[in-house]
Design a protein around this ligand. Structure first.
Ligand code: FES
Ligand code: FES
Length: 887
């Protein structure tokens, strides 16, 4: 042990420290400076823990305190506070560089060190300085812009005051800073692991290291005697159903007699400290008897395959879609292409690990005791119901902490079941703060699709028919299961008018990680196949892929693959907006056809449905005593900007300042169940319910002349109104034909990729991505483009790099997380066609750019090199092998 003095954010502190203590723990645990985050299991991979030590950036997770005597340490809290923020913190807020905000403190510290040294850095210098800082949400574009803006503030070329929107700018269509941005920039926004609970137990979970086995025995005798251990909990200790049922009752909180994938939870161990819990867990002996492993749908469909779940068939969902007569139409087509396309299992990769804390409110004893779960659910009411039933405890609440991204991963309960079970068993507060590796093991993944496709056209280049026979790898548990399949069928024909469709979708249990929502959830996979097939067919009939797409765009009055006729279809206008960019890019790539590095241009389009069949949402509003308005809606905002949307719609509709809109969105105790923050539905559905509630309030105010809650109540009216929004086109798809209801609204985009392929190494480098998009009336331009830019970056990862391989993908390096060095130029061109039933004409946009990006990338690789990569991801190894098949 050694006595150490540190000056942290200007204050002197003395510590007696062992040689292994790292600065991150000292800051967070001893000083409560939780603005400094951690994401990568302290491997130096994420930069979320970055601070400044003696004027230079340091990864606090790797910095031993022992060597820091008398060092000056600055954390994000030391730069500024929400009341008195630093110029860099304001720049990040004003540039729209903060979405979930989990990376933000580290980014800001890296920026501070850079600008101290280089006041006017180039983009290359910014990329170099921030190269250790990861962000999943932004695609890095707005982060680079934030650093540039901060530089201009510091150089006194402009001021934050000059940049903040003025009240005369209005509300709609203006980039007002997000309500939570300043707290995230200053490190005062609390994420789940930032919550300290007095005397809370820390948890460790034993998870299966094999994909399929019977549990023979569990020996915890040694573990129970280890120091600090409070006890061990297995499936038989859980009082409820032990089943986390979303649609199908198949996923246990803890496995009882069988494990079905690598990561399945077997046992919980609770101790006074995390180190004690981890040490004791290592002494637990579990005997497993291996069972046959079904590693792909084909394995599970074999006649001799054993059932993964006793109560459900391995072929767990099947849905055809038949419109017209595709086989006949293909026979009569002038050209037909046929190909197989495969997409991979992928991790959604939010930066924040899957933490949950649980505590007892006021009293811990008796049936009246209330258990509070704090996590980052995007559907708090539904998840609360799942937990109540699985754990057998009624009196519970769910409170949503700030969330470090989610991208679909939080559509289902993940770590909450573990924390809730332990809190109930031990009647203590608990913290479950798993590692990144364990977070990857426990969470859902993007489903892998295997698609056999045929697409035909007549001699004039009109699409005639489309067939897609596809297998979906469900993994071990159903979760939202057929919702993903149905979404893929609802958007199967993409942007186009295809008169004849014959599809069969089969979803199959396997011993792979369980699939669930992942940005786009189904449509990105099927659109990858369709959009690549469009280029293949254009090639075959000798048409330019741009003109081929435009010619075949759906028009109002024509029908999608579900048979539903569309009233509004913005694609042709978006294609025309793209035309000059496409023509420029085609000319430019012609100049780069020789030599080792070849350039290509590729297109993809997408029409993403929003407000699914029968979707319903609610929101409540209340007039306040000062004439302000409180909004009550369980609308999670894990980074998309939903708080901005609710505030700006309310202020615009009621004509009040933004500061007078108060949001209550994060607690089951004071919100109505508004449905999940998924499927890009929050703006359209909850925004729609909000406008409906505000209409009622406005009418009451106009009828009475009241301007405050007091005046309204004196006039005999309620000050609170509940609004709703519903898609009346309800009901399931016809089980035989897949014809039927549809989405109420669509967002449309055309994506163009310009890239280079190194024909020797197979390395693909994205040069530029251009998007034309129409998402209706724009509420907040920065939030809109931020979603598109993040989606493009994620789409490129899906196309080129990322894949989750159970047992092998363990951290951000093995996942191939996108870095600022891989980031590329992005240009977004926005058209605004008001949606008739959207809130003030708006619709959602969060998943749009995930849909056309991967095929645009693959089409551009083909354009550059002449080779098709139909198995994602198109890694350098695959590209190289396709270019040099004989080697
Ligand atoms: S926690 Fe330090 S680099 Fe990730
Ligand atoms: S804003 Fe960077 S990880 Fe979310």
């Amino acid at each position: 042990m050694k006595q150490i003095c540190l000056i942290v954010n200007g204050a002197r502190h003395e510590f007696v420290i062992g040689p292994e203590r790292v600065l991150l723990d000292l800051l967070r645990d001893d000083l409560g400076l939780t603005g400094t985050k951690q994401s990568c299991d302290r491997k130096g991979q994420c930069g979320a823990c970055m601070v400044i030590v003696n004027g230079r950036t340091a990864l606090s997770c790797l910095t031993k305190v022992h060597s820091l005597d008398n060092a000056q340490v600055t954390t994000v809290e030391g730069l500024g506070t929400p009341e008195n923020p630093h110029l860099i913190q304001q720049a990040f807020v004003l540039a729209g560089a903060i979405q979930c905000g989990y990376c933000t403190p580290g980014m800001i510290m890296a920026t501070k060190a850079l600008l101290d040294e280089i006041p006017d850095p180039s983009v290359d210098q910014i990329k170099k300085a921030l190269t250790r800082n990861l962000c999943r949400c932004t695609g890095y574009k707005k982060i680079i812009e934030a650093v540039q803006l901060a530089g201009s503030f510091i150089r006194r070329e402009t001021t934050p005051d000059a940049m903040y929107p003025k009240s005369s700018d209005g509300v709609m269509g203006v980039s007002h800073p997000r309500p939570s941005a300043l707290a995230k920039a200053c490190g005062t926004a609390h994420f789940t692991a930032d919550i300290r609970l007095k005397d809370a137990l820390e948890l460790a979970v034993l998870r299966s290291a094999v994909p399929h086995a019977r549990i023979v025995s569990i020996d915890v005798s040694a573990a129970e005697k280890m120091p600090g251990v409070a006890g061990v909990l297995t499936a038989s200790d859980i009082k409820g159903t032990n089943i986390l049922k979303y649609l199908v009752a198949d996923r246990p909180v803890l496995c009882k007699d069988r494990v079905r994938y690598i990561g399945d939870p077997i046992l919980i161990l609770a101790a006074d400290t995390q180190a004690q819990a981890d040490a004791a867990l290592a002494t637990v002996i579990v005997k497993l008897e291996p069972l046959p492993v079904m590693s792909c749908p084909e394995d599970s469909l074999r006649d001799d395959a054993i059932k993964i779940h006793d109560d459900f068939p391995n072929l767990c969902f099947e849905q055809p879609q038949i419109k017209g007569n595709a086989e006949e139409a293909l026979k009569n087509s002038a050209a037909v292409i046929e190909a197989q396309f495969n997409t991979q299992i992928n991790h959604q990769a939010p930066l924040e690990p899957e933490a949950t804390v649980a505590y007892w409110e006021e009293q811990e004893e008796g049936e009246d005791a209330k258990l509070v779960i704090v996590g980052r659910s995007i559907n708090i009411h539904f998840h609360l119901g799942m937990l109540q039933s699985a754990l057998g405890w009624e009196n519970m609440s769910y409170r949503e902490a700030y969330s470090g991204g989610q991208f679909g991963i939080k559509i289902d309960v993940i770590s909450e079941g573990i924390a809730g079970a332990a809190a109930l068993h031990f009647k203590r507060s608990v913290r479950y703060i798993p590692s990144l590796t364990e977070s990857m093991l426990m969470s859902s993944k993007r489903h892998a699709f295997k698609m056999d496709v045929k697409l035909g056209a007549d001699a004039q280049g009109n699409l005639t028919a489309y067939c897609n026979d596809y297998l979906v790898d469900k993994g071990a548990y159903y979760s939202i299961g057929h919702v993903v399949v149905n979404r893929s069928l609802l958007m199967l024909s993409g942007s186009y008018n295809i008169p004849n469709v014959n599809a069969r979708a089969r979803m199959v249990y396997t011993n792979n990680p369980w699939g669930s929502a992942a940005r786009g959830a189904g449509p990105p996979q099927v659109n990858f196949a369709l959009e690549c097939a469009m280029d293949m067919l254009a090639d075959k009939i000798g048409m330019d892929p741009f003109e081929f797409r435009l010619k075949n765009s759906l028009q109002p009055g024509q029908s999608k693959s579900t048979g539903r006729i569309v009233q509004q279809w913005c694609l042709p206008e978006l294609m025309e907006a793209m035309r000059p960019h496409y023509e420029r890019a085609v000319q430019e790539v012609k100049a780069h056809r020789q030599g080792r590095i070849k350039r290509g241009v590729g297109l993809g389009t997408g029409a993403f449905g929003i407000g699914g069949p029968g979707d319903v949402s609610v929101a409540a509003v209340e007039l306040d005593i000062d004439g302000g308005i409180s909004v009550y809606a369980a609308a999670a905002d894990p980074g998309e900007g939903n708080d901005s949307m609710l505030s700006q719609l309310t202020a615009a509709f009621m004509g009040i300042p933004l500061e007078k809109v108060r949001l209550y969105t994060r607690d089951t105790d004071n919100t109505a169940a508004s449905g999940p923050a998924a499927g890009s539905r929050i703006t359209y559905m909850i925004g729609g319910a909000l406008i409906n509630a505000l209409e009622q309030l406005k009418t009451a105010m106009q009828e009475t002349g009241a301007r405050t809650s007091e005046e309204l109540e004196t006039a005999g009216k309620s000050k609170r109104f509940l609004g709703s929004k519903k898609n009346e086109d309800a009901g399931p798809l016809d089980t035989q034909t897949g014809q039927g209801p549809s989405f109420e609204s669509q967002v449309h985009a055309v994506q163009m990729v310009e890239l280079e392929v190194d024909t020797e190494s197979g390395q693909v480098s994205i040069l530029k991505m251009t998007t034309t998009v129409d998402a209706g009336q724009v509420i907040n331009p920065q939030n809109l483009t931020g979603q598109l830019e993040g989606g493009m970056d994620m789409g490129v990862g899906f196309a080129l790099r990322e894949e989750y391989i159970a047992g092998k993908t363990r951290d951000w390096v093995s996942f191939k997380f996108p870095t600022i060095r891989n980031s590329f130029e992005m240009e977004t061109i926005v058209r605004e066609t008001p949606r008739p039933k959207g809130p003030l004409g708006a619709t959602g946009v969060g998943e749009m750019c995930m849909v056309p990006t991967a095929p645009a990338v693959i089409n551009a690789i083909k354009n550059a090199t002449g080779i098709w990569i139909c198995d994602l991801p198109a890694t350098p190894e695959k590209v190289k092998a396709a270019l040099n098949p004989e080697k």
